[in-house]
Design a protein around this ligand. Structure first.
Ligand code: SF4
Length: 529
């Protein structure tokens, strides 16, 4: 199914269809391609006694040594997954980023997963099962070989939402798909260690260097993605920004692999981006996409390719970079330490050095992220991008949502909406709410109604993604976008146009920041101030 189109509002110059529209599969083809195990459809369990679920495989498995073990992961943006692969391979890790989850992954997740899971679980669990099935059915590896040699790394948490159950979900689906005993591990911000399988330290070499390299690739990925979203809606030649992004990605990946200077590489990218012809005086609606972390960030069927859809409809997106989630995790970890310190425990030491050390490490972590981000952003030419101030966002959100509830994005969804209204940073805020997501439903459907009643000027849309029902999703986005386009047009037309336009107006390096929301309006305002 293709994108429904909508012509109207602000299509000046003419509306352009972006080249990379998502590939969709008819439901019948997708369903027929899913291979069930013999157990699927077997109703013999009826009238049998219930048995206890056990994570541990029935038979002991002799796992492969480190040099034969392959780490799998993925599920961030496409560019970031590829940069992470290059970065970790540069450290000698046998690591593969899996392809972006698609509709087929979702169907596979539904076929093998428990009922009533949230949408990201189906996409990510199904994506792993699909990948392993491909290794077995297309590449000819046996199931035993796959189980012995591969390890999957994912993010984890204690919940309180379904995040705490991810590992068990993976294991259940993998067992039913014929990969019992496949190793899964995850890391959590507040433990700093791993949950899931107890994997030999020699195999997973998670040293500080490993994490620093990983974070560098994530940060550079964020920066390149942010620039892509700023530039693509204004490109004069369709596809020129995507082509430049691809070249930048290859340059950075090679820099990781060949251990070249990353800042110098980003300067090369800057020279490339400067050559792209832009027409930035088009008053386009600016749309902040937020909501549940994975659903808002993914670039594919997981959110019906929302970012590309918005761009094709004539909008500019403000995506949520991964760094936001990292900063939230660090903020939550620091808050937990401070709360623990304030507890009165009988017989406790006056100074608990373990918590002093944890706090120091968190601060170093925050500083390292900010410093690297600033350095890399300056080199490639992303100016005036503010890393979210988590304390400020907490102050904005706490009146509406307790800071103690860490499920999903916690108070962040509320805080982002309020900040966007108060600072006039977008014409529309979309909260992507995965089907079956507990925290996101509570916030987007519940608390945000109170927020929008107190901030009636907010143009807010909470939209559910279920994996199916794209037509409904697109039409609701189009309706909200119509209002946003009108606001962008009015904002632009209310401005006094200068007599002459300096050349810098179309140069991506010129990124003025003022109280206007739209890019075109911000540029004109900056000339007349
Ligand atoms: S935040 Fe929502 S979508 Fe994400 S893991 Fe938790 S329940 Fe699932």
């Amino acid at each position: 199914m293709g994108f429904p189109t909508h012509h109207g509002g602000l299509e000046n110059p003419p509306y352009k269809i972006q080249p990379k529209l998502p590939k969709r599969y008819p439901m019948s083809i997708t369903c027929n391609s899913i291979k069930m195990t013999d157990k699927n459809g077997d109703l013999n369990f009826i009238n049998q006694n219930a048995t206890q679920w056990r994570d541990i495989p029935k038979k002991p498995i002799h796992y492969a040594p480190k040099e034969e073990t392959i780490m799998l992961s993925g599920g961030l943006t496409i560019l970031q997954d590829q940069l992470i692969e290059a970065a970790l391979r540069s450290m000698g890790e046998n690591y593969i980023s899996m392809p972006n989850p698609n509709f087929e992954s979702f169907q596979t997740g539904k076929a093998y997963g428990n009922r009533g899971q949230c949408n990201p679980t189906y996409f990510t669990v199904g994506n792993l099962v699909k990948y392993l099935q491909n290794l077995r059915d297309e590449k000819g590896l046996s199931s035993e070989e796959i189980v012995e040699k591969y390890v999957y790394i994912t993010a984890g948490g204690c919940g309180p939402c379904r995040f705490g159950m991810y590992i068990t979900e993976y294991k259940k689906a993998l067992r039913d798909a014929g990969f019992e005993g496949f190793r899964i591990t995850s890391f959590e911000h507040d433990k700093g260690i791993f949950q899931g399988d107890d994997i030999d330290d020699g195999i997973l070499n998670f040293t500080p260097k490993f994490f620093i390299t990983l974070i560098k690739s994530v940060i550079i990925g964020d920066i390149i993605n942010l620039l892509g979203y700023k530039m693509r809606p204004y490109e004069v030649n369709t596809g020129s920004v995507d082509a430049a992004m691809e070249t930048c990605k290859n340059l950075v990946a090679n820099a990781f692999l060949e251990k070249k200077n990353l800042i110098r590489t980003l300067w090369k990218c800057r020279a490339l981006l400067e050559k792209i012809e832009l027409d930035r005086l088009q008053p386009k609606a600016k749309v902040m996409v937020m909501g549940e972390f994975w659903a808002a960030m993914t670039e594919g069927d997981g959110n019906y390719n929302l970012h590309r859809f918005l761009e094709a409809e004539g909008a500019e997106c403000i995506p949520q970079p991964i760094i936001n989630r990292l900063m939230l995790s660090l903020w939550e970890a620091e808050r937990d330490v401070l709360k623990r310190e304030s507890l009165q425990v009988e017989g406790a030491k006056k100074v608990d050095f373990s918590s002093v050390k944890t706090r120091a490490l968190i601060r170093i972590g925050k500083m390292a992220i900010k410093t690297h981000f600033t350095l890399y952003a300056k080199a490639i030419g992303l100016h005036h991008y503010e890393i979210p101030d988590m304390d400020k966002l907490a102050r904005l959100g706490e009146e509406y949502y307790t800071l103690d509830c860490e499920g999903g994005e916690g108070h962040l969804e509320v805080a982002h909406l309020i900040e966007s209204v108060k600072e006039n940073s977008s014409h529309l805020v979309i909260s992507v709410k995965p089907f079956g997501c507990m925290p996101s439903s509570a916030v987007s459907d519940g608390i945000q109604s109170l927020v929008t009643s107190r901030f009636p000027q907010a143009n807010f849309l909470a939209i559910e993604t279920s994996g199916e029902g794209a037509a409904n999703f697109y039409s609701r986005v189009q309706m909200a976008l119509f209002k946003a386009k009108q606001s962008a047009k009015e904002e632009f037309e209310d401005l006094d146009m200068p007599d002459t336009m300096p050349d810098k107006i179309h140069n991506y390096l010129y990124q003025p920041h003022n109280e206007k929301a739209g890019t075109a309006a911000q540029l004109i305002e900056s000339l007349t101030q």
